[in-house]
Design a binder for this molecule. Sequence first.
Ligand code: A2P
Length: 317
Amino acid sequence: MKTLQFRNGDQMPAIGLGTWKSAPGEVYDAIRKALKHGYRHFDCAAIYQNEAEIGQAFKDAFEAGEVERADLWITSKLWNNAHLTGDVIPALQKTLSDLQLEYLDLYLIHWPVAHQPNVMLPRERNGFLTLEEAPIADTWTQMEQAVDQGLTRHIGMSNFNISSLQDILNIARIKPEMNQVEMHPFLPQNKLKDFCAKHQILMTAYSPLGSLDRDARMKKADEPSLLNHEVILEVAKNNRCTPGQVLIAYHLHRELAVIPKSTNDQRLLENLQSADVVFSDADWEALTQITESYRFIDGSIWAGPQSPYALTDIWEY
Ligand code: A2P
């Protein structure tokens, strides 16, 4: 398995298991099966509301002697309602308690958007905090304190664009090491990737398969399909693999990490085996020539008349 190397030499397996949308009642089995298949990297978040069940699966696997904590790479994310000074460490401690862990390998600021404490998903303007009221720089200082306290080994962010990354780089004592964003052949993020490489910020691709199991309210009627795209199907045929494996191997080829979600035993294994897919130059050329451009997780939940944020605050356009 390929790994991504952090600045101190720590290695993160390039394929991790995504757990967004992994339902309570299913995620325990998914984690136990994934561990048996050989997954060693797990991507979690407080807002997925399944960390306690994931933690039970880790604990039971440790107690059964199947794997040791030191062999795993576990990431989690700070939710938007815990950005204010004094709120980050308790949020991380809650995640650690749910996951039944003493430390995380990586902790990420989930979005460059802040809510009032206790507001999970704001429905009204007063549920949000502006970046003047909750400066991301102050949130980052607390992320640094989490490293100082040994609660997480590495820190970074998710859904940050170049300008918000630059803001953090300008003030950081501990520089960010990861930016996790949506990436796939419809959204290669080339400019952001170049910027991150220049600043030694590693990247992880979320929603690599197009997140078809999203809530219907997060979907548009005319969304393009990654898994049925003609180029993906052709490259899959050439490599005697599945379209899902092409979409996962795409990131390995780019030296990025990728976190496909599955709770299905067969697809868990299939996705991990994407590590064996090696593209010919012609196949790679075809993948990079895909002209379709699409963002599945469009961030519109954070923008609009009820919010002080605009999509231009979040994405590069
Ligand atoms: P399931 O959990 O039943 O396997 P994403 O990682 O982009 O969020 O996509 C997750 C969705 O893709 C889930 O619906 C998941 O279903 C499905 N999925 C996972 N692996 C594959 C695969 N190899 N081929 C097709 N669909 C997959």
